[in-house]
Design a protein around this ligand. Structure first.
Ligand code: HEC
Ligand code: HEC
Ligand code: HEC
Ligand code: HEC
Ligand code: HEC
Ligand code: HEC
Ligand code: HEC
Ligand code: HEC
Ligand code: HEC
Ligand code: HEC
Length: 377
């Protein structure tokens, strides 16, 4: 501990600027606990960080949306000024109360003690508080709920404060506009025009920033899959079928494949095609193969039902019927197989027993063997 002299600490702090404030604190702490050290540092650890320092360390409130545009010369920058820090978060306009003014978080808390207790430790409220400690009316509540003077005068009149529930008077696009004021771009680049936006969903159908209900993502339920299942119960139920990817087991989420905020691919896929989505995890199916099986290249969904199936390996139909949907006139006689051809019948037929067609055509996704054009190897 003694090796780090106060002089070094000062040098470090100066050299590293704001970062140094962070580094400086533990060093100062060390000096005070060292029985032989001098106490000339004279600061308690917490007093080294001013509110200004904290405000500078908070991320920009526009989430870097503009920075992404700088890489694309053809996109006009929305705004050249630096990102708005938390302490200057703007207060969104409420079209249903155009005359209202901001009254500051202290006034809201006076009537909403319970919501205050719930929300005080949340990412947003805590950050807005830290950021705004030195500035004008505290925007901790009104940066989301809009100016509150009209609502404070007449609390029971709906619409005078921006509310985020589905039955709220505030229209969904105003609700979403509040969040997009800071969260436009990035994953939400295609929110406008997405099916969820078109069907009148608001950000708060899936997110609840007022309470900590999920470990991350400030979701309205404890997990992503539960959020989606509030509306897509049929899809969630398919994952309970005999064959399914490990989503009910908690190892996958709907958002591994879908971007609920909108995408350029139907249905809200994260990648350009279905197959690209599958290759993100099943990379070995991408190939390249010496001998390709045309329907595999075309679309994995020719044979698989991604959300779940009662056939083995997510197949859309049992074998051999799956293959016979397309292969009707092959070298093999492809007649309707009968009970006689089953393993227990008088004339067992290889196309029915064991793994059916796969007994011989085992590399069904493609083959790299020089003698594998029929996917035997
Ligand atoms: C004078 C007390 C008072 C003050 C000050 C006050 N509220 Fe309210 N607020 C209420 C009451 C009472 C209700 C419940 C109204 C109802 O249920 O009809 C309410 C309801 C709300 C709702 C739900 C509205 C809806 O349509 O569902 C929100 C959101 C809200 N307040 C936020 C705020 C914010 C943010 C502030 C500070 C800018 C604030 N309130 C200041 C008393 C107050
Ligand atoms: C990040 C944005 C955000 C901030 C900051 C915020 N709220 Fe909220 N508030 C919401 C959302 C979203 C909802 C709707 C939650 C839900 O789905 O039930 C909400 C709901 C409410 C409600 C209505 C509760 C109900 O059961 O209908 C009140 C009252 C409220 N907030 C008060 C406050 C107060 C007071 C503060 C400041 C301490 C605050 N909010 C800060 C976004 C915010
Ligand atoms: C004044 C700006 C501002 C507003 C308004 C705002 N946010 Fe945020 N939000 C932030 C910042 C800054 C972060 C922290 C980003 C980080 O840590 O990288 C954040 C984080 C988040 C996160 C990520 C949480 C996590 O665990 O990673 C979600 C989800 C989110 N906000 C949703 C919302 C929703 C929904 C609304 C509208 C009800 C909203 N925000 C309103 C600034 C804002
Ligand atoms: C249909 C449900 C749904 C809707 C609607 C929705 N989100 Fe999300 N959002 C999610 C889920 C689920 C995640 C977590 C994604 C993950 O962790 O992969 C998320 C993550 C986020 C994050 C943190 C991660 C990131 O991408 O930076 C932010 C911020 C966010 N959403 C903001 C918004 C805003 C703003 C809106 C409204 C315009 C919105 N969301 C609408 C489901 C939704
Ligand atoms: C509040 C209800 C609601 C929630 C929650 C919700 N959705 Fe949706 N979703 C809808 C509606 C409504 C549609 C449009 C259905 C239609 O038109 O057939 C839709 C459509 C979709 C589609 C189909 C898109 C298309 O182009 O056909 C996908 C994929 C989807 N949602 C994924 C998700 C995921 C993933 C989540 C969870 C992060 C989620 N949804 C959460 C309501 C919801
Ligand atoms: C492994 C990737 C993957 C996962 C995980 C996944 N999906 Fe899908 N989802 C897809 C693909 C691919 C399609 C396109 C299906 C089609 O075109 O027939 C699709 C289609 C959809 C559709 C629209 C078409 C339909 O079948 O109604 C909805 C809604 C949907 N998914 C919701 C969900 C929900 C909710 C979850 C989580 C419970 C989820 N998905 C998990 C890949 C996935
Ligand atoms: C996020 C990663 C991920 C993505 C994306 C993904 N999968 Fe999977 N898939 C898995 C995991 C994990 C398993 C389970 C592997 C195991 O149990 O050994 C699996 C298993 C499977 C199985 C075998 C199921 C069984 O019952 O044996 C099939 C078939 C499958 N996936 C098809 C697809 C298709 C088609 C797509 C594209 C629409 C896709 N997967 C996208 C992770 C993914
Ligand atoms: C022509 C039909 C067909 C198409 C198209 C198809 N598969 Fe398959 N897939 C099968 C069959 C049949 C099995 C079972 C193989 C077995 O039991 O040996 C299977 C098994 C799987 C498995 C689990 C066993 C393994 O080999 O890892 C995964 C994962 C898988 N497929 C992914 C995909 C992906 C990804 C695509 C798209 C690139 C795709 N499949 C396209 C027929 C198909
Ligand atoms: C969606 C339609 C479709 C399905 C389902 C399908 N195939 Fe194919 N298969 C094709 C097409 C198209 C070709 C390429 C034919 C060509 O090149 O002349 C092909 C080629 C083949 C070949 C190589 C034929 C040759 O002449 O080289 C074999 C072997 C084969 N499939 C076996 C199977 C088996 C076994 C299954 C079931 C697990 C199956 N296929 C499912 C469409 C399908
Ligand atoms: C006992 C092994 C075996 C089984 C079981 C089997 N095949 Fe074959 N299949 C072959 C062999 C060997 C060839 C190559 C014949 C040749 O090259 O002359 C072949 C060729 C094919 C071809 C290419 C035909 C062509 O015109 O070149 C298709 C398609 C095919 N099989 C589909 C199927 C389907 C569908 C099934 C299930 C109903 C099936 N096979 C079951 C051994 C088998």
């Amino acid at each position: 501990m003694r090796a780090i002299s106060p002089f070094c600490t000062v040098l470090l702090s100066v050299a590293l600027g704001v970062g140094g404030v962070l580094l400086g604190s533990p060093a100062a702490h060390g000096q005070q606990t060292d029985p032989h050290g001098s106490t000339d540092a004279g600061h308690s650890p917490s007093s080294r960080l001013s509110q200004d320092d904290i405000a500078k360390m908070l991320p920009p409130t526009d989430m870097g949306a503009n920075a992404a545009r700088e890489d694309h010369a053809h996109l006009p920058a929305i705004d050249d000024s630096p990102a708005t820090p938390f302490d200057a978060a703007s207060i969104p306009a409420n079209p249903l109360a155009p005359q209202a003014d901001a009254i500051g978080a202290k006034s809201c808390v006076a009537c909403h003690a319970q919501e205050n207790v719930q929300a005080s430790h949340t990412l947003h409220v805590a950050s807005f508080r830290a950021g705004a400690a030195n500035t004008g009316p505290q925007a901790a509540c009104e940066s989301c709920h809009g100016p509150g003077s009209a609502h404070a005068k007449d609390p029971t009149a709906p619409g005078l404060i921006i509310a985020f529930t589905h039955d709220a008077k505030t229209p969904p696009q105003v609700q979403a506009g509040v969040c997009l004021g800071c969260h436009a771009g990035g994953a939400r680049q295609h929110w406008i025009g997405s099916i969820h936006q078109n069907r009148g969903l608001s950000c708060t159908d899936c997110h609840n920033p007022m309470a900590r209900l999920s470990p991350e993502g400030v979701l309205a339920k404890s997990s992503i899959n539960e959020v989606c299942a509030t509306c897509h119960q049929d899809i969630r139920a398919k994952f309970n079928r005999r064959s399914h990817m490990p989503l009910p087991e908690g190892q996958m989420a709907c958002t591994d494949c879908h971007n609920p905020h909108g995408s350029i691919t139907r249905p809200l896929l994260k990648t350009d095609t279905v197959n690209e989505t599958c290759y993100t995890c099943h990379a070995e199916k991408r190939g390249p193969f010496l001998f390709e099986h045309a329907p595999v290249r075309a679309n994995c969904l020719n044979c698989h039902d991604v959300h779940g199936s009662n056939q083995q390996t997510l197949l859309v139909a049992p074998i051999p019927m799956l293959c016979q949907q397309c292969h009707t006139m092959t070298l093999h006689p492809n007649d309707l197989q009968s009970a006689a051809g089953l393993g227990t019948g008088p004339h067992p037929d290889e196309r029915l027993i064991g793994r059916g067609c796969l007994t011989c055509h085992s590399n069904i996704h493609g083959s790299n063997n020089p003698s594998g054009p029929k996917f035997h190897k």
